[in-house]
Design a protein around this ligand. Structure first.
Ligand SMILES: [Zn+2]
Length: 308
């Protein structure tokens, strides 16, 4: 740890006293765990048994972010040490428990773990009751981690998102190896007679007719209008359609396509639509018996583990 970081980490405690308390493990007993600082940032006081990864996970930030915010080189931390929690990860929303909901159902809906919900609410068991309000940690992607959605973020800042409208995010494949937003737009207008063109809100390229992992923004997202990507009108009215270019009955999506897909869904759920539950589905789960979309090689199960 640099000297500067050391000073920042222990603003009020002389080094000798810090070491003594640290050595006997008393600091953790007497110090509050979270300290609000004058500049509005949050500090965490390390307790016996804490590790960087546990602290990072508890606050929804990465170990790298935690290290950077505190000028740490390695993983060594001391009891009583004050760590700055980077701001990017700390946003909570409030969920009011409905009848019949369990902690795991709620956690999955918001894309967090049961452990995180327990930690954020100081719960010692999984017992919850209807009407109870739970804080849900919203994980945001730090700007440095964004590789594929910068354009989406910029474009989305310029439009007024109809937050209440969007309840579900639906994953699709295009079913063919070629194409991009423009070619699918032409197809949907001419062959499918869709006056609003491209039926999806986003198209993620495979490197042939657009970049590998490039996210193209559909006109329907810019205009905040219904999609045309499933059969049911009511579902089209309330769901965001993301099409990944390729036929995933035959081959796998690329790593870059799936990273772009996760970044996009994370961003939509955790930032654009933060504060409301957003379901995740793939096309065939909605139009059962009518389509294989997005194909057997699309990692549907993994996406459900991530998004509920
Ligand atoms: Zn589909």
């Amino acid at each position: 740890m640099s000297e500067k970081a050391m000073r920042a980490a222990m603003p009020r405690m002389p080094r000798e006293r810090f070491l003594r308390l640290g050595a006997v493990g008393l600091a953790g007993l007497f110090l509050p765990r979270l300290v609000a600082r004058a500049d509005g940032r949050t500090e965490y006081v390390v307790r016996a048994g804490d590790t960087l990864s546990v602290i990072a996970r508890r606050h929804g930030v990465s170990v790298t972010e935690l290290r950077e915010a505190n000028g740490l080189r390695g993983d060594r931390i001391l009891v009583g040490q004050r760590l700055t929690i980077p701001e990017s990860g700390l946003t909570y929303i409030v969920h009011r428990v409905q009848r019949g909901e369990s902690l795991s159902v709620i956690a999955r809906r918001y894309g967090v773990t049961v452990t995180e919900v327990r930690a954020a609410n100081g719960l010692t068991s999984d017992l919850i009751r209807p009407g109870q309000e739970l804080r849900i940690l919203q994980k945001t992607v730090s700007p440095a981690e964004r590789r594929f959605i910068r354009g989406v973020v910029e474009a989305t800042r310029r439009i007024r998102v109809e937050k209440g409208r969007w309840q579900t995010i639906v994953g699709h494949h295009s079913g063919i190896d070629r194409g991009n937003a423009a070619s699918y737009d032409r197809y949907h207008r001419r062959e499918r007679r869709m006056e609003n063109g491209l039926a999806y809100h986003f198209v993620i390229g495979n490197g042939r007719d657009s970049g590998d992992g490039e996210i193209e923004i559909g006109d329907r997202w810019r205009r905040q209008i219904q999609g045309g990507h499933v059969r049911d009108h009511a579902v089209n009215m309330t769901s965001i359609g993301i099409c990944v270019v390729g036929n995933f009955e035959k081959s796998r999506p690329s790593l870059r396509q799936m990273q772009a897909f996760r970044e996009l869904v994370d961003y939509l759920r955790n930032e654009v639509l933060a504060g409301q539950p957003v379901n995740f589905a793939v096309h065939r789960e909605i139009d059962r018996n009518h389509t294989l979309c997005p194909g057997r090689f699309f990692p549907t199960a993994a996406m459900h583990r991530r998004y509920g």
